[in-house]
Design a protein around this ligand. Structure first.
Ligand SMILES: C[S@@+](CC[C@H](N)C(=O)[O-])C[C@H]1O[C@@H](n2cnc3c(N)ncnc32)[C@H](O)[C@@H]1O
Length: 244
């Protein structure tokens, strides 16, 4: 008893983490907003693991996309209230999905997380823009496998989408992240997976509202409208689409 009281007093006297209100990164800046999510112990740990796992990429300097990662963790947590597995199309070394896995301690969750990627860049479509984007990617399958090795329920599916979708026995999806940086491939993927999404599941669209990604923007707006809904633009440039 005395020990418990002592511990409680010590805890009260421990200096609190200073609250964070300002943030600038990922081409956005905010002031005077409560950004406690950034110092949340589980999130900060998970983000640190994701950055560590991404060291071989981006010239060793991972962009501070914590707001996007926070959005992904939030959408995945919402997925835990629904029936189904988690799916990400476009993984690379797993900045978003590693943050989710470490935040949620995914190895303890009785679901699968299917990660689809060539793990070697966007399939050639003859376009210069694709060739240019592919300069950022490299054969990263072994790194990706190592990053996700603490999570036996995470399954990496290597190959060009949408052709690899039948390789995963996904009947219901509770969380879907689409990050292929390519309008045509993203459309093929969402068209195939839409009916398997649980009602109210979130589709996180990483490159929805970026300058120079207007093709993706139009595609997702048309797709959402065809389902009687629309996409929420996030200040990060990501889009949030909810399955009605
Ligand atoms: C921007 S990266 C994904 C980043 C990742 N979401 C993260 O959190 O770090 C885009 C990825 O999409 C993959 N990709 C693009 N088109 C693809 C396709 N048709 N089939 C499989 N993978 C594809 C590329 O190989 C690349 O790794």
């Amino acid at each position: 008893m005395a020990f418990g009281v002592g511990r409680a007093i010590k805890k009260m006297l421990k200096p609190q983490q200073p609250l964070q209100f300002d943030y600038a990164g990922d081409n956005i800046a905010v002031r005077k907003k409560n950004l406690s999510f950034m110092s949340d112990k589980d999130f900060a740990f998970a983000w640190g693991k994701a950055v560590e796992g991404n060291r071989p990429a981006w010239g060793g300097r991972t962009k501070d996309v914590r707001w996007r990662a926070h959005t992904a963790v939030w959408a995945a947590k919402h997925g835990l209230t629904l029936e189904g597995d988690f799916v990400e199309c476009g993984v690379f070394l797993g900045l978003l999905s590693l943050t989710i896995c470490h935040s949620l301690k995914f190895e303890q969750i009785p679901r699968n997380f299917y990660l689809f990627d060539t793990f070697d860049g966007i399939p050639d479509d003859g376009r210069d823009a694709t060739k240019k984007q592919n300069r950022a990617y490299f054969d990263c399958f072994e790194y990706a496998k190592k990053n996700f090795s603490p999570f036996p329920n995470v399954r990496l599916i290597q190959g060009a989408l949408p052709g690899t979708l039948p390789e995963a026995p996904v009947e219901k999806i509770a969380y879907l992240s689409v990050d292929l940086n390519h309008a045509k491939y993203e459309k093929e993927v969402i068209t195939e997976l839409w009916d398997r999404l649980s009602r109210s599941a979130i589709v996180l669209i990483d490159d929805y509202a970026f300058q120079s990604n207007e093709e993706q923007y139009e595609m997702w707006n048309e797709f959402a409208a065809s389902k009687g809904t629309s996409v929420l633009t996030m200040p990060t440039g990501s889009g949030i689409l909810i399955k009605p």
